[in-house]
Structures are given as C-alpha cells and as structure tokens.
Design a protein. Structure first.
Length: 139
C-alpha cells in the first residue's frame, strides 16, 4: 500500500482525528517500506504525577506506530489491525520536548507482524525499547 509518502502520511494523520492519538498529540512524520516514525509532545497531558513521561503514553505511541506500519502493508480495504502483544522496557525519563517512535518491521507475515519500536528523545537517546505483535483481521 506504500503510495506517495506525503499522501500516506496525510492519510495516517487524518485517521488520528478524534482518537487517543489526537489526544496525545501523536503525528506521523516519516514512513518507508520497513519503518514508521511518529512524534509526540511531552507535556503535562502525558506526564505521570511526578512530572515525567508516563510509560503508558510511550506504549500508546509505539502501538500507534506499529499499527500504522501494518496498515501500510495492506490495501486498506476490509482489514482491521489489532495489537495482540506489547512489551516495553523504559530506560530513561523525559520531562518535556518531543519523543520520537521509530518502528521497524521484524516479521512481515500476512496475518501476524512483529515490530521493534524505539522511543527516543530529541538528543536521540533511548527512552523506551518496545516489541509489538500485530494481527491483520480480514473483514
């Protein structure tokens, strides 16, 4: 389904309207055959009570990236993408700025897909290391 990059990014960002992705401020910024990149602002909306990025927000960002990447593998018709397993290791905290999720395809099956997603800060330091398994359901 990889079409014109700007058209595809625009489509992915429009799919975020009125969803958790819009609430968290997630924006898709780059896409290729095997990688999807999105950014999310780190503000009080995504903080834990102690003022640092909530791990759940990082996981939501990662699942958004992997699911978008899986959608890109299909024609977009008569499919639903679901995350079926996610595991995250949070290794560094961040208080402000932006974080970037860089998702890379590890396994590109017709039904099951495996993603490795790094969450990085603006200095390109690892914040979270995430593994996501998605399933493509034909409707």
């Amino acid at each position: 389904m990889l079409k014109n990059k700007s058209t595809l990014l625009n489509t992915l960002n429009k799919l975020c309207n009125n969803t958790l992705m819009e609430t968290l401020g997630i924006e898709f910024i780059d896409i290729s055959e095997n990688e999807v990149v999105a950014k999310m602002p780190v503000t009080s909306k995504v903080h834990q009570p102690n003022g640092v990025l909530h791990g759940g927000a990082s996981v939501a960002l990662a699942e958004s990236v992997g699911s978008a990447g899986t959608l890109m593998l299909t024609d977009g018709n008569n499919v639903q993408i679901r995350g079926i397993e996610i595991a995250a290791n949070h290794v560094k905290s961040v208080k402000d700025g932006f974080v970037f999720a860089k998702g890379k395809m590890v396994h590109k099956g017709r039904t099951i897909q495996l993603w490795h997603i790094d969450i990085l800060n603006e200095e390109n330091e690892l914040i979270s290391f995430i593994k996501l398994t998605t399933i493509t359901l034909r409707t």
